[in-house]
Design a protein. Structure first.
Lengths: 293, 412, 271
């Protein structure tokens, strides 16, 4: 009897979550996968008999769509630049915050967490001011040291970097908190042991801190890559994908095709291209981690 | 820590109890259900109170659901997908074709001609309003609000430029804008909202162009259309209007940075509220003339959801809202312009000098073509203009590409 | 452990960084006390020229506050139940070995990989078929499980020494007692973080309640705030007042729970 309970207990633990995820996430995903092979639009949505299967047409069209191709390049750039920066910075800040548990430092924790809870409309407006080419604070500060006006959001290339900067600012808080919790959970005795062995600061970081953080780093890297590959909010509120489609990301492309143009089949197809990229990258990470162990 | 455990277990139990009751309470439906109406934004919120008068007069209970403007399209989309919606819904006038093609709206053709609902008669409304209610020869909606754009200008600054009553034509506008832009490096002559597809469309109409549905993409090969886009480009090319993001509209208007811009009726109140210091130093005027002074006819309609079981009550409500008196009351309440012609005879509208200008402009408006693809074409047009103004493409080249793009959109 | 002057240097660095980081946040709060015009003026003012409370007065006058708050609190409450389910599942994935575990877990992660907008309409159709539109159940149920939080919990739980659990099993504790009496107290830091995240998510819930509700009796605070906007009027200062108001409870929750984060895993009792 107790053996049986032991055998089924994992399923009691994961059962409710898996069941709910299956119904409300997996089934809709499968539905969208089916939709991606159809020409579903608004008319089709209202009357399913008018929807027809068109095989891989959507996918074929996608790879001939210059804006989609551009969105892939943009997205890779967001991820390639943004993810390393955000992970290093949040880890760095977490390490600094870990120095002390005084009231002052817990105040700092709240401050660094603030950007991630600042209302996105407020974010859009204030960063719009900061980036304003003519009157913005950034260009004003640069003009003090005789640097010419930077077209923060007016140039397709610079705009991408500007959005990354904004996203880094907004994204640090969450990861910082996770790293902080991980740092705090490293038993003090590890450091004491390292001290006895005469380890210096760098050695302690390399041989105690980093390995103890590996589970947290793995989590942050995986979720950051998943999150940044779906980079959406920043171009959505700041640039709408412009100028000249210079900031359009894959997720923004999907949103625009799906909800502005009601091309549901096409948008679903695009999202499965994105899905394929994400799952590919995630699988690589899981495999690497396994071979690490 | 034990406490946490018990709180969690207790809350789990409450959760299931909750789900049970939530399911249960939903299935109980009464026979006296109110008429369901979806309206939009802050205005929709006001309609909730406003509909009380209707309830008293007609003994029909209403339930107005206000939906935020930005999300109304998504909300209707899910209703369309489920085939279940409200009885009456407010829609933007460019949505008629898009949702109409999907069969979202009840065909109202027989009702607008019937004696029973006299206010629905199409002759009561401005023609540019009713034009956008008809799709595939069916009347799918009834006008509710009209919205148009006029020229806002600073009287004091335009006087310096030699046009104390504002420019009447585009030539005069350009002339004034050049003088005003020459005031200094951080001064402009005109402000263009580059995110609005209304403005290039208005420019085109003013040049005598109009969209002919039977011609398709060919429409954009019309030299008149090109002329209009050249004018649009000229404003940026000559640095009369600012291409990059600058100051906010009201601020730039109040401090004189941008002495002219194009906007709608809501802006009258906004300027009065936010920039009282320029009281008496600004005015509105009908759009500058090229061949015509045509502006857009935007606004909202009411329609009946196809699966509504309360068609008569729904029509009674729409009929009530289309009454000239109600339209004036609603204007006073929500400051949206009446689309019923007779309402404009009311002193509240007639005697307000600025609103009168909007009245004049409404007589010179064009409606967007009623076609499902219109919004896509409009969005594409904005991208084309971006190519011209920022991407350095020539007008000819960009328009040729645009024509191809439209062909693609129309062939889908 | 560290020298005093070192802490001071780190403190100064953090203070400078914190100042830069928090400007937009402070600006949001200060803007809520500005007039509409001033809130939008370029270059922006940091300190309001004319302090006004009008935005807050408008906020409370125009909002059906009690109903929206009530609904939002219910969603918050359910998000905490969701958190319990997430924690259980995270624990299950971290501790047990069972067949198809890897595949199941990847399936969980896969739900993070499709943009939400794509699955919104299918999910709506599903909820509609179940007859759950216009119910609180329909609003909370689809969002109950978060793969993100499940993954995070799994990662932390995986660092709990197995010896600890084995020892408890030898003492005769069953699996659920182990989870509730041993694991949950141990995992206080990570659960605190999750509580903060879950609270924020639920507190700000917007689009889904809006889509599911056909009656404003089910609207949340965020939906109510967005109804303050007219078709063309932006009422920015009013929105900032709303955003500031919305952020206060988050800061309170954060301050309460973050204390647990630094306590670390309570490893006393490890043999």
């Amino acid at each position: 009897m107790s053996r049986l309970i032991f055998k089924i207990s994992p399923f009691i633990f994961i059962g409710p979550a898996i069941l709910l995820l299956f119904i409300f996430s997996i089934i809709p995903i499968v539905m969208s996968l089916i939709i991606s092979f159809t020409d579903m639009d608004l008319v089709g949505l209202a009357n399913w008999s008018k929807v027809s299967f068109i095989g891989f047409d959507n996918f074929g069209r996608l790879f001939n769509d210059p804006i989609f191709l551009k969105s892939i390049v943009n997205t890779l750039m967001y991820v390639g630049i943004g993810v390393p920066i955000v992970i290093c910075l949040s880890l760095g800040i977490a390490l600094l915050l870990n120095y002390s548990t005084s009231a002052l430092f817990s105040g700092f924790r709240a401050i660094y967490y603030m950007p991630s809870i600042t209302n996105i409309v407020a974010v859009a407006i204030i960063w719009g001011f900061l980036y304003n080419q003519e009157y913005g604070l950034f260009n004003y500060l640069l003009s003090l040291i005789d640097i010419e006006k930077v077209p923060w959001l007016e140039d397709p290339f610079v705009a991408k970097l500007s959005l990354i900067l904004l996203a880094v600012w907004k994204g640090i808080g969450v990861d910082m908190i996770i790293f902080l919790a991980a740092l705090q959970s490293i038993p003090k005795m590890y450091y004491e042991a390292a001290d006895i062995d005469g380890a210096n600061r760098w050695q302690k970081f390399k041989y105690v801190t980093l390995p103890s953080l590996s589970f947290a780093i793995f989590f942050v890297v995986v979720t950051k890559l998943i999150g940044w590959l779906q980079f959406f909010e920043e171009p959505f509120v700041m640039t709408g994908g412009g100028p000249l489609d210079g900031t359009v990301s894959m997720a923004l492309f999907i949103y625009q095709e799906g909800f502005e143009y009601s091309r549901f089949g096409y948008a679903s197809a695009a999202s499965f291209v994105l899905f394929a990229v994400i799952i590919g990258i995630t699988l690589v990470q899981f495999t690497l981690r396994k071979s690490d162990k | 820590m034990k406490k946490i455990k018990w709180i969690m277990i207790a809350s789990l139990l409450v959760c299931f109890a909750f789900i049970m009751t939530a399911c249960g309470s939903n299935s109980a439906s009464s026979s006296e259900e109110p008429l369901k109406i979806w309206a939009m934004g802050a205005e929709g919120q006001k309609l909730k109170e406003f509909a009380k008068n209707f309830e008293e007069e007609h003994g029909i209970k209403t339930d107005v659901l206000a939906v935020p403007w930005g999300d109304a399209h998504d909300k209707i989309l899910t209703a369309v997908a489920a085939g279940e919606g409200p009885d009456v819904l407010q829609i933007g006038n460019t949505w008629v074709a898009e949702f109409g093609e999907a069969g979202t709206f009840l065909d109202l053709t027989e009702y607008v001609e019937s004696e029973e609902y006299p206010n629905l008669n199409q002759d009561n409304f401005f023609p540019s309003s009713t034009q956008t209610t008809v799709y595939n020869d069916k009347v799918l909606a009834v006008p509710y609000i009209i919205d148009t754009r006029v020229l806002f200008y600073r009287t004091d600054l335009l006087e310096q430029a030699g046009y104390p009553d504002g420019p009447a034509t585009w030539d005069e506008t350009l002339d004034a804008a050049r003088t005003l832009a020459a005031r200094g490096p951080d001064k402009n002559g005109f402000e263009i909202d580059q995110g609005s597809h209304h403005i290039p469309m208005m420019f085109a109409w003013e040049h005598g162009w109009d969209y002919d549905i039977s011609k398709g993409a060919e429409n954009f090969a019309d030299p008149k259309f090109k002329q209009a886009m050249e004018l649009y480009h000229q404003l940026f090319d000559e640095d009369l209007a600012q291409l990059e993001a600058g100051k906010e509209t009201v601020q730039a208007f109040a401090d004189g940075t941008n002495p002219m811009f194009i906007s709608g009726p809501y802006m009258v109140n906004t300027i009065k509220e936010q920039a009282p210091e320029i009281e008496g130093k600004w005015n509105v005027k009908v759009m500058p003339k090229a061949e015509t002074s045509n502006s857009i006819a935007g606004g909202s309609h009411f329609s009946v959801f196809h699966s509504s079981e309360r068609v008569e009550d729904a029509l009674t409500f729409i009929n009530y809202m289309a009454d000239p008196e109600t339209q004036v009351e609603w204007y006073k309440e929500a400051f949206t312009l009446p689309t019923v012609k007779a309402a404009w005879e009311d002193p509240a509208l007639k005697n307000d000098p600025m609103i009168k200008v909007f009245g004049e402009q409404i007589e010179m408006t064009k409606a967007f073509p009623v076609m499902a693809e219109y919004e896509f074409m409009a969005k594409e047009l904005l991208k084309t203009l971006e190519q011209i103004n920022r991407g350095g493409k020539s007008v000819d080249e960009a328009l040729a590409e645009y024509q191809k793009e439209v062909e693609k959109i129309l062939s889908e | 452990m560290s020298k005093k002057w070192e802490v001071s240097v780190v403190g100064i660095i953090l203070a400078l960084g914190g100042l830069i980081t928090s400007i937009p946040f402070i600006w949001m709060i200060l803007s809520s006390f500005k007039t509409e015009r001033e809130a939008l003026s370029v270059p922006p003012t940091l300190i309001p020229n004319n302090v006004t409370l009008q935005n807050y007065i408008d906020l409370f006058n125009k909002l059906d506050f009690d109903i929206y708050l009530y609904n939002t609190m219910i969603i918050v409450f359910f998000s905490m139940i969701g958190l319990l389910l997430n924690t259980m599942a995270g624990y299950g994935f971290a501790i047990y070995r069972f067949r198809y575990k890897e595949i199941l877990f990847l399936l969980v992660l896969a739900t993070l990989m499709i943009p939400n907008q794509v699955t919104m309409i299918p999910t709506y159709l599903l909820v509609n078929t179940m007859g759950l539109t216009n119910t609180m159940t329909g609003i909370v149920l689809p969002g109950l499980i978060s793969a993100y939080s499940l993954f995070l919990i799994r990662q932390f739980m995986a660092t709990i020494p197995m010896d600890l659990i084995e020892a408890a099993r030898l003492d005769g504790a069953n699996e659920f007692r182990i989870f509730f009496n041993l694991i949950l107290p141990l995992s206080k830091p990570i659960i605190s973080i999750q509580m903060i995240f879950a609270f924020i998510g639920a507190w700000n819930s917007f689009l889904w309640p809006l889509i599911i509700a056909n009656d404003d009796k089910l609207y949340t605070l965020s939906v109510g705030m967005s109804l303050l906007k007219g078709q063309y009027s932006t009422s920015f200062a009013l929105q900032m007042a709303g955003a500031t108001f919305m952020v206060i409870p988050i800061l309170i929750i954060f301050t309460i729970f973050q204390r647990n984060i630094v306590q670390g895993f309570n490893m006393t009792g490890i043999k």
